[in-house]
Design a protein around this ligand. Structure first.
Ligand SMILES: *[C@@H]1O[C@H](CO)[C@@H](O)[C@H](O)[C@H]1NC(C)=O
Ligand SMILES: *[C@@H]1O[C@H](CO)[C@@H](O)[C@H](O)[C@H]1NC(C)=O
Ligand SMILES: *[C@@H]1O[C@H](CO)[C@@H](O)[C@H](O)[C@H]1NC(C)=O
Ligand SMILES: *[C@@H]1O[C@H](CO)[C@@H](O)[C@H](O)[C@H]1NC(C)=O
Ligand SMILES: *[C@@H]1O[C@H](CO)[C@@H](O)[C@H](O)[C@H]1NC(C)=O
Ligand SMILES: *[C@@H]1O[C@H](CO)[C@@H](O)[C@H](O)[C@H]1NC(C)=O
Ligand SMILES: *[C@@H]1O[C@H](CO)[C@@H](O)[C@H](O)[C@H]1NC(C)=O
Ligand SMILES: *[C@@H]1O[C@H](CO)[C@@H](O)[C@H](O)[C@H]1NC(C)=O
Ligand SMILES: *[C@@H]1O[C@H](CO)[C@@H](O)[C@H](O)[C@H]1NC(C)=O
Ligand SMILES: *[C@@H]1O[C@H](CO)[C@@H](O)[C@H](O)[C@H]1NC(C)=O
Ligand SMILES: *[C@@H]1O[C@H](CO)[C@@H](O)[C@H](O)[C@H]1NC(C)=O
Ligand SMILES: *[C@@H]1O[C@H](CO)[C@@H](O)[C@H](O)[C@H]1NC(C)=O
Length: 753
């Protein structure tokens, strides 16, 4: 993690420095602690409630110049550097703090000290400060105007506090500044109109604030700039780099303008930054075509224009860049592609307006690892020439198009393939058997097609398969066949609903589904040490870009965050013709949250031990031939918020538990001998006793909303975000995620030096 790197690095430096200092001890002592400096340091220490978080070396019996985190000038003995990073100070810096007696301080690092309150105005008294680092604290209020006195400042980090108000405008005059981090605060202002005087500036990160106003043109006249991030602010209007002509030697490597309200064309002048490696303009309102001049950017590695209003033809020069993200735009066609490319690794064209046949020149991209063409109007067949890059392929997403024909059986060498999604097309025929070679597969979604095949039981041998959806196809035949090993030890979600599976399931059917039986030790440790949100955000050096959509989805379908936790486990066998008893081994899947066996021909009683599934939130057993009583113990399942027992032959009385009593009346209807429904069916805003008539449900109609499907479907808009959230939370493949979704290269944002 970023912070840790930083910490290790500075510790190494500290060790190095102290070794260096100690090694000079043999020679005459050149510096020693000045008592005024020592007293100031001790007073500073006592200003905080928890002295013991200070290093033990901070005591009167030792030379203060050798105290941990303290560095003195080697002749005068004045303290020139103070680094208390990662010490839990848990207090505020007083305006009259003794630290301000350390007049020669050039370097002050109070990173991650849990500092509270405001930045005291007397900080401006430390006029020799070159480096000021106050990152991962809880500082509030505005940056004091007195900071304007710190004209020697070269590095400033106020990152990750809750500072608000306006940009410290005096900064625009600090000509020595090389690094500025104001990211992740609450600043709400415009930027100074002229920042061109910062001619040593290399790194400027003000992301995740509420800065507004026009694009800061003057910034881009500074030729020393290497990294600029204005991500997640409220900047508006067009961008342009017209004034950037003054120097041909622009060093700019990373330009991140994502998640603002910029609009207009992407200017041709962008190509003035010939050293650009990372260009992220995603999540704005840019319109028009991609400028042709982009072809001049030979060093570009990551181009992200996703979520804009770009349109027209996609120029073929893009295929020389390793990562190209163009999703959620209005692109409709491609420039003719003649050249082959081994440069491009990740191509995301999802949710555009492409139509016509599969763009089979993609087969010329021999090193493709990630291909997403989903949510377009591509039609025709999926070409078998894709086999040219299946060896490198890790993720193939073609869902929600109009592809027809068979899915070519080309996965024999796809040993790195982790995710295959061809859902919501018109594919037919056999399910590709070569997938058995894809030992890395984690996610297979072929739902909502017309595949007509037997159950691919051999998938059970894939060691990492987490998600399998065959829903809404024409799969047929027995779900279980004798002598086959069930496997599926890593399965977390299985959705085979709306097919024509038949047969019975033996009692031991689920006994090898380990991933639904216990959560791994690793998972438990993870949950203990992290709150949900921390875990989510900690894993990324940047807030993940799909965060918004996750949030939107959750609001959209009124689901709680719990639903997409890392531990989501679900089984949906609904709408098939499976008969016989509900297998007893189901009751060992203690991690199961969603179980849907609705619309089959299950007979016998509901197993009493189903009450062992203490995490169960959704239980749908409706439309079967179940008889006997509803086990009273189910009334104890406190998370069970949805259940449906309707259209069975159940009898006896409904359990008294509050979860039962708060259900809709229709969850029990058409069980003529079921008793104790008076209270449930008398409640207001339920269907009422008259609803005992079974509803007409069309056979072919797909349900509008289904829990499991929602969680695993790749799709437009809401579902897309959901899936991504699902991956993050359920699998914990944060790095996997970052890789696959083509995160820009991860910079270890460290010190202000
Ligand atoms: C004071 O600091 C010295 C030098 O680091 C250390 O050896 C000694 O144990 C410390 N004394 C106390 C009481 O902590
Ligand atoms: C003292 O510090 C100065 C500047 O930091 C350095 O050039 C000089 O070599 C140091 N002297 C000794 C004896 O360490
Ligand atoms: C930190 O300070 C706050 C009050 O400012 C206090 O409530 C909290 O208990 C302190 N934390 C610790 C660990 O002492
Ligand atoms: C800071 O400087 C101002 C005037 O320059 C002085 O009044 C104030 O006492 C100083 N503060 C501290 C804490 O030294
Ligand atoms: C700082 O001021 C507070 C009152 O505001 C006082 O209690 C404290 O003793 C002062 N500290 C110093 C170091 O002067
Ligand atoms: C920047 O410096 C100029 C000239 O020294 C001065 O006029 C101006 O007020 C300063 N701006 C800020 C914001 O301090
Ligand atoms: C920034 O401040 C505004 C208003 O003070 C607040 O609504 C918002 O949540 C804050 N943002 C963060 C990231 O704390
Ligand atoms: C940009 O250049 C134009 C024309 O040279 C000039 O008038 C304008 O002040 C410049 N803007 C900035 C922000 O430097
Ligand atoms: C692109 O290729 C298609 C088919 O190969 C051809 O019909 C079309 O004329 C070509 N367009 C250009 C601009 O070369
Ligand atoms: C889907 O493809 C078929 C031919 O395979 C075509 O007739 C139909 O118009 C296509 N639908 C759309 C919406 O493009
Ligand atoms: C329970 O299932 C039946 C049959 O599918 C359905 O008609 C009824 O609406 C469901 N009840 C609830 C509360 O969802
Ligand atoms: C269970 O499956 C049936 C048929 O697919 C569906 O209508 C119902 O909504 C599902 N129940 C839940 C709770 O998702």
């Amino acid at each position: 993690m970023v912070g840790n790197h930083c910490y290790c690095f500075s510790s190494i430096i500290t060790i190095f420095v102290s070794i260096a200092i100690h090694s000079t001890l043999a020679s005459p002592r050149l510096h020693f602690c000045r008592h005024d400096q020592r007293d100031a340091l001790l007073e500073f220490m006592h200003e905080f409630p928890i002295d013991k978080s200070f290093p033990s070396s901070w005591n009167k019996s030792s030379d203060c110049c050798f105290w941990e985190g303290v560095e003195c000038h080697n002749k005068s003995g004045q303290v020139i550097s103070l680094d208390l990073s990662d010490k839990y100070l848990n207090g505020s810096m007083k305006t009259n703090s003794s630290i301000f007696k350390l007049q020669y301080l050039g370097d002050l690092s109070l990173t991650n000290c849990n500092l509270q309150g405001e930045i005291p105005s007397s900080l401006g008294n430390l006029s020799r400060l070159k480096y000021l680092d106050l990152r991962s604290n809880n500082l509030v209020g505005e940056v004091p105007a007195s900071m304007g006195h710190l004209t020697e400042l070269e590095g400033l980090s106020l990152e990750k506090n809750s500072l608000s108000g306006s940009f410290p405008s005096s900064l625009a005059n600090f000509t020595k500044l090389t690094r500025v981090f104001l990211n992740s605060n609450n600043f709400t202002s415009t930027l100074p109109s002229d920042m061109s005087g910062l001619h040593n500036l290399e790194w400027f990160d003000i992301s995740e604030n509420s800065f507004f106003g026009p694009f800061p043109k003057s910034l881009f006249t500074i030729s020393s700039l290497i990294i600029v991030s204005l991500e997640k602010n409220q900047f508006t209007g067009p961008i342009d780099f017209e004034n950037a002509t003054s120097s041909p030697l622009f060093k700019l490597e990373d330009l991140v303008l994502a998640s603002n309200k910029f609009d207009g064309l992407i200017p041709e002048s962008i190509s003035k930054f010939l050293n650009l490696q990372d260009l992220d303009l995603s999540r704005n309102s840019f319109s028009g075509p991609i400028p042709r001049s982009i072809s001049k950017l030979d060093d570009l590695r990551h181009l992200d224009f996703a979520k804009n209003k770009l349109e027209g033809e996609v120029p073929s020069c893009l295929w020389n860049f390793p990562t190209v993200m163009l999703s959620h735009n209005f692109f409709s066609s491609f420039e003719n592609v003649s050249q082959e490319s081994t440069d491009i690794h990740r191509l995301d064209l999802n949710s555009n307006s492409f139509r016509g046949p599969f763009p089979d020149w993609v087969c010329k991209f021999y090193r493709l690892e990630y291909l997403d063409l989903s949510n377009n109007l591509f039609s025709g067949s999926i070409p078998s020439c894709l086999s040219r890059f299946t060896y490198f392929l890790m993720e193939l997403t073609l869902g929600n198009n109009n592809f027809s024909g068979t899915l070519p059986d080309i996965f024999g060498d796809a040993t790195r393939l982790e995710s295959l999604d061809v859902s919501r097309n018109r594919l037919e025929g056999n399910f590709p058997k070569s997938l058995i070679h894809c030992k890395a597969l984690k996610h297979v979604n072929v739902g909502s097609n017309k595949f007509k095949d037997k159950f691919p039981h051999w998938l059970g041998s894939l060691p990492s398969l987490h998600v399998l959806s065959l829903r809404c196809n024409k799969f047929f035949g027995p779900l279980y066949r004798r002598h086959m090993s069930s496997g599926f030890k890593s399965l977390r979600v299985m959705d085979i609903s709306h097919n024509d599976f038949t047969g019975t399931l033996p009692p031991h059917y689920f006994s090898s589904w380990h991933e639904m039986t216990t959560l791994t030790e690793e998972y438990n440790q993870y949950m203990e040490s992290h709150s949900f949100f921390d875990a989510y955000f900690d894993s990324f050096p940047f807030v993940p870009e799909n965060y918004e959509s996750v949030e939107m989805v959750i609001k959209g379908v009124e689901m709680s965050f719990e639903r997409i936790r890392k531990d989501f486990r679900a089984i949906d066998f609904s709408k098939n013709r499976i008969h016989g008893k509900i297998p007893e081994s189901l009751c060992s899947l203690k991690e199961l949250l969603v179980l849907n066996l609705s619309g089959n021909a299950f007979t016998g009683v509901i197993p009493r031990s189903l009450a062992k599934l203490t995490k169960l939130e959704t239980l749908d057993l409706s439309c079967n031939k179940l008889s006997g009583e509803i086990p009273q113990d189910l009334g104890k399942l406190s998370f069970l918020s949805y259940m449906n027992f309707s259209h069975n032959h159940l009898q006896g009385s409904v359990p008294r538990g509050t979860q039962f009593q708060s259900q809709n009346c229709s969850s029990f209807m058409d069980n003529p001998e079921l008793l104790g429904l008076e209270d449930i069916c008398r409640k207001p805003n339920v269907l009422g006793p008259t609803s005992h008539q079974p509803e007409e449900v069309s056979e072919s109609e797909e349900p509008m909303f289904n829990w499991v499907a929602a969680a695993i479907a790749y799709g437009p808009g809401v579902f897309c975000g959901f899936v991504i959230g699902y991956y993050i939370f359920t699998s914990g493949y944060h790095e996997w995620f970052a890789e696959r979704f083509g995160r820009r290269k991860i910079r270890v944002v460290t010190s202000v030096r």
